[in-house]
Write a protein that binds this ligand. Sequence first.
Ligand code: NAD
Ligand code: TDX
Length: 335
Amino acid sequence: MPGLQSVLVTGGAGFIGSAFVRHVVEHTPAHVTVLDKLTYAASPAALADLPSERVDLVEGDVADPEVVEPLVAEHGTVVHLAAESHNDNSLDDPEPFIRTNVVGTYVLLEAVRKADARLHHVSTDEVYGDLALDDPKRFTEDTPYRPSSPYSAAKAGSDHLVRAWVRSFGVRATISNCSNNYGPWQHVEKFIPRQITEVLEGRRPRVYGNGRQVRDWIHTDDHSSALLAILERGRIGETYLVGADGERTNLEIVRSLLRIMGRPEHDYELVADRAGHDQRYAIESGKLRLELGWQPRYADLEQGLADTVAWYTEHREWWAPQKAATEAAYAAKGM
Ligand code: NAD
Ligand code: TDX
């Protein structure tokens, strides 16, 4: 596509969305409009230091066609990140996950179809279900869909809708499925920020089940550069897997965080397991690397974790207001 001039980013006040907006402002001349419902997960503060002439924030629901249609028509290019994103919440109440992730994507697709806009849909590797711990395979673009949780099933549904709109209506869309992200501005409900902030509050990290589950970690800055590469150079109708070879067990991550934070490596607690807990995710990202020349910058996960610990240590005023309510909800479930 010709140089990016203007882009609508749904969910752009969230963890990954705000990182992507920062990346676009830094690496392109484009104007960015963020459409975000500003749920409990949003952090408008993450956008506050960006130049106001480059970024607008519109508060609204991606499932509301009256809000979405004029914005899509005005911008012509959309990157879709708006979603309910936390597996544990989807087990407590699936309804918002269906509304935002499935119905929201449908409403956006109809707006994109009417405006003949370009769409990039941001999804997750969890649509593929999980791999066994002793299985050497990794997910590829051809792995069959087999989601486990209401969250991942709703994301799988959204991916299927995008593919159907490409095939049936000729919508110009790409899809990416990324592994677990870490970095600044991630809500304290998620694994890495939860454990860092538990230690900062003088408590012990809390690991579900036996802690042997494997996640494939990537820094949000690397996810952002992948999203821009796909938006600018990806082939319409294609899916790209995004990952940075960051496989670790949950216990390995907790031990690394404890080491970085100067605490004994065994100083964690095993708590109740997540229902239906996926065992292992792992991404083969050769297509993205070979076709689009993408490479992660954070090759060293330990360095990325150390940077993230430093960020949470310096941003207590941002996360502290969310922390007590998040922990109270976990405590009620024995997690
Ligand atoms: P997040 O929960 O931090 O942010 C989601 C944002 O979407 C929030 O700002 C929220 O206010 C907004 N939002 C929610 N419902 C909305 C609605 N109905 N209308 C408009 N905005 C709404 O999530 P995240 O971790 O930044 O994830 C962003 C996207 O990336 C999601 O689509 C998620 O499935 C995908 N993803 C996340 C990861 C990860 O590790 N976090 C990995 C792969 C893919
Ligand atoms: O306190 C905890 N203790 C723990 O052991 C929490 C919050 C999590 N865990 C475990 C569960 C998982 O095995 O850590 C792992 C990571 O958990 P989450 O941060 O909840 O992430 P996950 O369920 O893997 O999903 C994440 O990656 C894929 C994002 O939340 C999704 O939005 C994304 O699609």
